[in-house]
Design a protein around this ligand. Structure first.
Ligand SMILES: Nc1ncnc2c1ncn2[C@@H]1O[C@H](COP(=O)(O)OP(=O)(O)OP(=O)(O)O)[C@@H](O)[C@H]1O
Length: 580
């Protein structure tokens, strides 16, 4: 309930619509409530006295009220929809904006599957809850109270029937609603699992096919889908059983009403029309109670969704902007790590342990080490994708936490291990690196990244459309484009995280040469599992189990580092070592 309340400020810009919706609904309900009484008068006054003119007059009045009711109903739908759809759109916008600010750690803790479910399903659930509240919430109680009051004034003789029927109906609704509330919570959890499974399958469809696991995946999807179906069925069945039981109670009420009415008619204290109107009101009362309980159920269902939305909106961003940012000169590219420790889990198990080093501007640093040793993690700390648990990182002698985040990241070009490209043209993807890049910039960067040749062969060249996930490019082409995108922004610090793994040795050498020639002042961190890719670096860091096991030039490390020599030997063979 609390989290739903916290979303109420999102209704504020649409207050007028949110008032008009229920207001117009009141008009519709008032007209609905008038109908049985008009009918009663037609029967008891018009038909009983053979007064055709009276029948016609009230007949037209009945039509008129129905028409006004229609306008009220349509108007209410229009304004309630405007309020709830805009309310949801604003929440979606803010959830999206918030996730854009998320640090990698925040992202890790939610997971993309859950975030997508929140932006789609959960926002839709609160939208529906608001829509129903605005449109129907007033309708239920208004119909119920209105009908009870009218029966009190027009058919008091039959009121005892209501005194028995209403408590029974209320108990039934309470029991069924609480039962279905629990069942719908189970439905929502099953829905989460279906969504997660779908996202995972769509993202990994190629792997599934390559491993011939389609049947297995179809089966696991069938399991989560079956659970969802069963739970949906159970929840719907509860709702659907309620209606006939309530109708049964109402019909017993009708029989009793007619029986009591017949006695009163015989006594001459009641007219036929009153009984007919009473029967109608009894149905209206049932409808009113049902509608109220439906809305309550929808609102209860939306609590979980509101909670999840609130979790995103209230998430504390781990990577914060500095309170007093450093006065900015142009970043040169000196990098220093001072006793840096880092862990993903924050339980003290460090992935990086006591890392300290200094790099001069314009130096090329090779980083090598076994898989999972912490190489990628180390470079991710430079653009503050994560912050260290302890220790400090400096660029040009200034703690990186003191730079405005945007400024810091603007001066860093980062090519991640897995090249991420977006659907759109190559040009659009490159502009991601530098908005104002012109054609020459693109050409030049593509040359440096050994991408120009393949781009020129593509239909439309820089206008070539990439599909989602750039599936219409090869692995090596994706890496080259990702490098072009990083080169184009002429960064002061360039991080290449195993970004030449799918590129042939010749092209890799040409990329390295282009870097030296065209970007001599850029500090380059070059992660690679191949010694041949980094052996010309000014300094090489050998990472082993989260520590810098050794550092130095290739020649120094061959002599001083067992780990480095081990890697080198496995890759080149001992005979080359002795030859060197
Ligand atoms: N987002 C994450 N959450 C939790 N643990 C992580 C995360 N990313 C990496 N790790 C763990 O941190 C350790 C270091 O990972 P890292 O990616 O830095 O290794 P690496 O040396 O770059 O490996 P590789 O050469 O295989 O890319 C690994 O044990 C890995 O399982």
């Amino acid at each position: 309930m609390k989290s739903l309340n916290k979303l109420l400020p999102y209704v504020k810009p649409y207050t007028l619509f949110a008032i008009l919706g229920p207001l117009l609904m009141c008009v519709e309900v008032a007209m609905d409530l008038l109908q049985p009484t008009i009918m009663q008068h037609i029967i008891d006054v018009g038909i009983a006295n053979n007064n055709n003119a009276y029948v016609m007059k009230l007949g037209f009045f009945m039509l008129f009220t129905a028409f006004i009711g229609l306008i009220g109903g349509v108007g209410s739908t229009v304004y309630s929809t405007k309020a709830s759809v805009n309310f949801a759109a604003d929440i979606r916008r803010d959830v999206f904006k918030k996730t854009e600010q998320f640090s990698s750690e925040n992202m890790d803790s939610f997971g993309t599957g859950k975030l997508i479910t929140i932006v789609t399903n959960d926002v839709t659930a609160v939208q529906q809850a608001l829509m129903m509240t605005l449109r129907i919430f007033v309708r239920g109680p208004f119909l119920f109270i209105g009908a009870v009051v009218i029966v009190w004034f027009t058919a008091r003789e039959l009121f005892p029937v209501l005194l028995v029927a209403i408590p029974i109906l209320m108990v039934l609704i309470y029991w069924f609603s609480s039962k279905s509330g629990q069942l719908f919570a189970r439905v929502q959890r099953a829905m989460d699992r279906v969504n997660t499974k779908l996202q995972e399958t769509f993202a990994g469809i190629r792997v599934i096919k390559a491993f011939g696991r389609s049947d297995f995946e179809t089966n696991t999807f069938k399991q989560v889908n079956d659970t969802l179906t069963k739970r949906n069925m159970a929840a719907e069945q509860v709702i659907l059983t309620l209606m006939p039981i309530m109708l049964f109670v109402v019909n017993i009420g009708v029989v009793f009403g007619m029986w009591m009415g017949a006695i009163k008619i015989n006594e001459g204290t009641l007219q036929v029309g009153v009984i007919l109107a009473f029967i109608n009101y009894l149905n209206i009362i049932m409808n009113g109670l049902m509608t109220s309980s439906n809305v309550l159920m929808q609102i209860t269902k939306s609590f979980t969704s509101a909670n999840r939305i609130q979790q995103v909106l209230e998430t504390e961003i781990h990577i914060r902007e500095p309170i007093t940012p450093a006065a900015l000169l142009k970043i040169k590219g000196e990098v220093e790590f001072r006793q840096v420790n880092f862990s993903y889990s924050k339980n003290g198990e460090y992935v990086l342990k006591n890392i300290s080093f200094q790099v001069k501007a314009g130096e090329t640093i090779g980083i090598i080490g076994s898989t999972g040793s912490g190489k990628s993690t180390l470079v991710k700390l430079i653009p503050r994708l994560y912050d260290p648990d302890s220790g400090e990182i400096f660029i040009d002698g200034v703690n990186i936490k003191e730079y405005p985040l945007e400024k810091l990241r603007e001066s860093i070009g980062f090519v991640q291990q897995k090249a991420t490209l977006f659907s759109g043209t190559i040009e659009e993807n490159l502009r991601f690196g530098k908005e104002e890049a012109n054609f020459e910039d693109m050409e030049e960067a593509a040359q440096s990244a050994a991408a120009a040749e393949f781009i020129n062969k593509l239909e439309g060249k820089f206008g070539y459309e990439l599909m989602q996930g750039a599936t219409n490019l090869s692995g090596g082409q994706k890496q080259r484009l990702a490098m072009t995108r990083a080169f184009i922004r002429e960064p002061k610090i360039l991080i290449l995280d195993d970004s030449t793994s799918a590129i042939d040795a010749l092209s890799e050498a040409s990329v390295q040469q282009a870097l030296r020639q065209n970007h001599p002042d850029t500090t380059v961190f070059f992660i690679s599992s191949k010694v041949s890719s980094i052996q010309d670096a000014d300094q090489i860091f050998v990472i082993d189990d989260g520590i810098i096991e050794a550092s130095g030039t290739h020649k120094e490390l061959i002599i001083n580092s067992n780990v480095y020599r081990g890697i080198y030997e496995t890759q080149k063979g001992k005979e080359i070592l002795s030859y060197e």
